[in-house]
Write a new protein. Sequence first.
Length: 198
Amino acid sequence: MSPGSWPRVAVGGYFGGLLAAAGAPVVMMSRRAFVAAVNSSGLYLDTQPFQNSVQVEVSTELKAVREADLVLFCVKTTDNAATARELPPFLMPSAIVISLQNDVDNVDQIRAGASIEALPTAVDVAALVQVPGCVKHVGRGDRVIGLECEKTIEVAGIFESAGIRCRISNDIAGDLWPKLLRNCALNAVSALGQARYA
């Protein structure tokens, strides 16, 4: 995409960093320590293809989503309803909201909280924040979005332009459930055994 054609993106974490590295204007919302670190030194991306700092806007306030064309909704599932209720005053009518979360009914919870029609996605990526301001990518980065429509085609194109694989699915529930079942099994074993997935 050319510099003027990128949408403004409101997001947190790994995918926001990749979009910013590709040239998209990105604003991230996070905790104070993360915001302070990024304001001081930029967002450091430690990914498999490259290690580099990128410049992004950061804020601790939800109102930072103002003027965002694309909002990547990635709070913990237990915060869905509260965050969804707070979001509408800052959300542009034309903004596209995408749920980047584990579980199978996040879009239903977001809709119930504030009548926001978020798009569901299944994401397979291993990434973590080891220290504030640094996102480390450990593996994968696949995204599946559904169902096929004008919005999902647009969003898939945006991610593909940033080098992020994104497949459109007309059976998104069939993609969400396996991810949830893997998490239920692997997360429990990992926590009880204090072991990494590898």
